[in-house]
Design a protein around this ligand. Structure first.
Ligand SMILES: Cc1cc2nc3c(=O)[nH]c(=O)nc-3n(C[C@H](O)[C@H](O)[C@H](O)COP(=O)(O)OP(=O)(O)OC[C@H]3O[C@@H](n4cnc5c(N)ncnc54)[C@H](O)[C@@H]3O)c2cc1C
Length: 341
């Protein structure tokens, strides 16, 4: 079986395929193994449970590298409030997570190729199954799959901070262009992700001055920029012997902190479906029937959450406690879904 992409979706799929004997031979192509894009990601407790159930030693290593917290803070123009009753959360450096998954695949006998994957038609004719786990710019888009992409939420930029903040903290600052909102959380004992939303493409220096913290872009400065989140919907997720998992199949607004978890769940459901069904078409249908309702629910939550951040100016002047409550209850019941990032 061939897997395009060595991110969370591809590596976890390949690992499970080999570990549970669903594939005798599994190959992953990853063209950019050492890319550090995006600092750290929030991983909910369910993800660790999923990893632990399937590959306990991997869950132990991931847990060792995580930063954890149990409260969330909301700050605005120098005032701060901390809410005690949020579900426990944790985050990990994206490069560390992918590195641990890579090592686990290697130990399990997955063949790992650090280069661009061959073209889809070539893979499709040489392998029993091709798993597209190549993220939001998937090769599947040029191979007959139909993707609908739309921008959701405000423009954002992804920065880092060389200190660990205490917990997930939202910081709102007023400017002549409206509110700039930072989502910051620790992902190790010495570093935090610092994602900022706002209307104008301020520089890292402007943002450091605005928030009073020395934030910086990723070390490869060519990547610094502002963008809008692109929600991706693909229908269907398989054709012939090609199937999509993770961001290649769907993206969900980052403010509900779920993309990595959904990628792990896709991998797990796909491998279970392959093991359970008596033919490849039935396995791929079972995978999609099981996962699509879950993904649609998360994409809905993501849209509502993104809309809140787009309209933050409407609630900016509420008393801080009400502003914080509005932020943490956006789109649903308090604590019922993750409120990253
Ligand atoms: C701003 C932002 C913040 C986010 N924060 C969080 C968060 O806190 N928590 C969370 O769970 N999720 C978060 N996400 C989402 C999360 O990053 C993704 O959902 C997750 O990484 C999906 O994993 P994946 O393996 O499907 O795709 P990716 O992580 O994109 O991996 C795809 C891999 O495929 C490789 N690849 C692509 N094409 C080829 C090719 N032709 N040949 C070889 N290799 C190829 C790429 O190099 C890449 O390594 C965030 C996303 C954004 C944009």
């Amino acid at each position: 079986m061939a897997v395009i992409g060595g991110g969370p979706a591809g590596l976890f799929t390949a690992l499970l395929l080999k570990r549970y004997g669903v594939a005798d031979h599994a190959v992953v192509w990853e063209r950019n193994r050492w890319e550090t894009a995006g600092f750290g990601v929030i991983i909910p407790a369910e993800s660790l449970g999923l990893l632990r159930g399937a590959v306990p030693h991997l869950a132990d290593s991931v847990a060792l590298h995580m930063a954890r917290w149990e409260k969330t803070s909301v700050g605005r123009s120098g005032e701060l409030t901390t809410l005690a009753a949020t579900p426990p959360m944790a985050a990990i450096a994206r490069s560390t997570l992918n590195g641990l998954l890579w090592e686990a695949c290697d130990a399990e006998g997955v063949v790992l190729r650090e280069r661009e994957a061959p073209k889809l038609p070539a893979l499709s004719s040489s392998y029993d199954l091709v798993v597209c786990a190549d993220g939001a710019g998937s090769l599947a888009d040029r191979a007959g799959f139909t993707a609908t992409v739309r921008e959701v939420g405000p423009p954002y930029t992804w920065l880092g901070l060389d200190q660990a903040v205490d917990m997930l903290t939202f910081l709102a600052e007023s400017t002549s262009d409206g509110c700039y909102m930072a989502h910051t959380y620790p992902f190790s004992d010495s570093a935090s992700t610092f994602l900022v939303e706002g209307k104008r493409a301020l520089t890292p220096a402007d943002l450091s001055a605005l928030f009073g913290l020395p934030v910086h872009p990723e070390p490869d400065r060519e990547k610094f920029g502002w963008r809008k989140f692109r929600e991706r919907v693909v229908r269907p997720w398989s054709r012939s012997n090609i199937v999509l998992v993770g961001d290649s199949a769907h993206t969900t607004h980052y403010s509900i902190g779920s993309g990595t978890h959904l990628a792990f769940e896709d991998a797990s459901t796909l491998v279970e479906s392959l093991a359970a069904a008596d033919s490849l078409p039935r396995a791929l249908s079972l995978y999609e029937e099981t996962r699509r309702p879950v993904i649609e629910r998360f994409q809905g939550l993501g849209r509502v959450s993104a809309a809140w951040f787009s309209q933050v100016d409407d609630v900016f002047d509420l008393p801080l406690s009400r502003f914080a409550a509005s932020l943490l209850t956006r789109g649903g019941r308090f604590g019922n879904h993750r409120s990253h990032e």
